[in-house]
Design a protein around this ligand. Structure first.
Ligand code: GRG
Length: 295
């Protein structure tokens, strides 16, 4: 990746960290706010908020109006990680290179920290989106956010994922899990950025297709890295999928075919941008960083 694009990424990350810190102060009772902040400010690639801000910027020249939504999406993502790591779900000790929330605090605090982030996030969209954004637009973004977080998307993916542990599942079921468990938040990030950037319906559709390819490529890459990486590289425990007898793209298709699929999805994602004259070094940089990680 070119130095100038790397710098743009770093600028986005700095801005997102700053705003997350500002939007989530410590209040009474201190422990719950500290545990929310512990996981939210623990690092992470900040891919979803960057996608939201950059999509908005590429469409209307600025991203100020998308900052609260981008931060709210990172809160939702962090909530899903806290709950996913709980003993009753994936039972993980490490996340983002640190102890998981329930290991650092307690199981009850981790459940409540996730719940609190989930209800705090839409509050941020409502309270912090600039008044210059039409109420109708804010409502549309809120609807996208709530549907993505709910039983039709994120929760649906997680339920089928948990239910599939130790079972032989077909490729259609695996795609359903990936599209909802991971894809939903990529789609939300990009669609919300497009809505806040006042995109027309055709552009929103094109970006939705782009998000679908990107989200699937990202999850397949996550499956690949689970078998090829270390705890230090991942910031979380590798090898969990095999241990829990989870069907993944690697177990169903094999490592080489999984890599081929990432390359093909990344190629299609870039084509969608080109065909729709959407020029963004950041969006193509994200696609490239996914395909490069598996090569
Ligand atoms: C919304 C109420 C509610 C519940 C959520 C627990 C759950 C239901 C869903 C789990 C979803 C999940 C953990 C999906 C995995 C997605 C994934 C590949 C995460 C890793 O993303 P990265 O690599 O992480 O972007 P960082 O730490 O860099 O942000």
């Amino acid at each position: 990746m070119e130095q100038a694009v790397k710098q743009q990424f770093e600028n986005y990350i700095k801005l997102i960290e700053l705003k997350l810190d500002e939007f989530l102060p410590v209040k009474y009772p201190q422990e719950i706010w500290e545990s929310m902040r512990y996981s939210l400010l623990a690092g992470g690639k900040r891919l979803r908020p960057i996608l939201c801000l950059e999509t908005c910027k590429v469409l209307c020249g600025g991203y100020e109006q998308a900052i609260p939504t981008a931060c709210a999406i990172e809160m939702l993502h962090t909530q899903s990680l806290i709950h996913d790591d709980l003993p009753c779900m994936d039972n993980d000790d490490y996340r983002r290179g640190k102890l998981t929330n329930h290991k650092k605090f307690s199981e009850s605090t981790a459940v409540l920290a996730g719940d609190a982030l989930l209800s705090f996030a839409p509050q941020i969209i409502i309270q912090k989106t600039p008044e210059s954004v039409a109420a109708q637009t804010v409502l549309k973004v809120l609807e996208e956010f709530l549907v993505s977080a709910g039983a039709e998307k994120l929760i649906a993916g997680q339920v089928v994922d948990i239910d599939s542990e130790g079972k032989q599942i077909d490729k259609k079921t695996l795609t359903f899990i990936h599209e909802n468990k991971t894809g939903a938040l990529f789609k939300l990030s990009i669609r919300a950025g497009a809505i806040l950037g006042n995109a027309d319906e055709k552009t929103i559709q094109a970006l939705t297709m782009f998000a679908e390819k990107l989200g699937l490529a990202f999850q397949i890459m996550d499956d690949i890295l689970d078998v090829t990486s270390t705890l230090e590289e991942l910031g979380k425990t590798p090898g969990k999928d095999a241990l829990e007898e989870k069907a993944t793209y690697v177990s169903l298709y094999g490592l080489d075919e999984a890599k081929n699929q990432v390359a093909s999805l990344c190629g299609s994602a870039c084509d969608i941008l080109k065909e729709n004259n959407i020029e963004s070094n950041i969006l193509t940089g994200i696609v490239e960083s996914i395909s490069e990680r598996v090569c």
